[in-house]
Write a protein of this length. Structure first.
Length: 77
């Protein structure tokens, strides 16, 4: 699995925040300042939708090696 650069991670998190899929919380009480992200309700629903698509693909024997390497937030398949 390839690692993501800090710049790309920051850009992706900003995009997800703009789309309402994650919420950002900044903790400035210590140094360095920390940013924490959590899934919003919409983000949680997207995870569930992704699991349904994955189940469909597995049912119909659609191979997707990339998907098989992902966790899907503790997928129980």
């Amino acid at each position: 699995m390839r690692e993501i650069t800090p710049k790309v991670l920051s850009e992706r998190l900003k995009d997800l925040e703009t789309e309402g899929l994650v919420a950002k919380r900044v903790d400035a009480s210590s140094f360095p300042i920390r940013s924490e992200y959590r899934l919003t309700e919409a983000g949680e629903e997207l995870v569930e939708a992704t699991k349904h698509i994955k189940n469909w693909a597995l049912k119909w024997k659609i191979s997707n090696e990339i998907c098989l390497l992902q966790d899907c937030r503790s997928c129980k398949l």
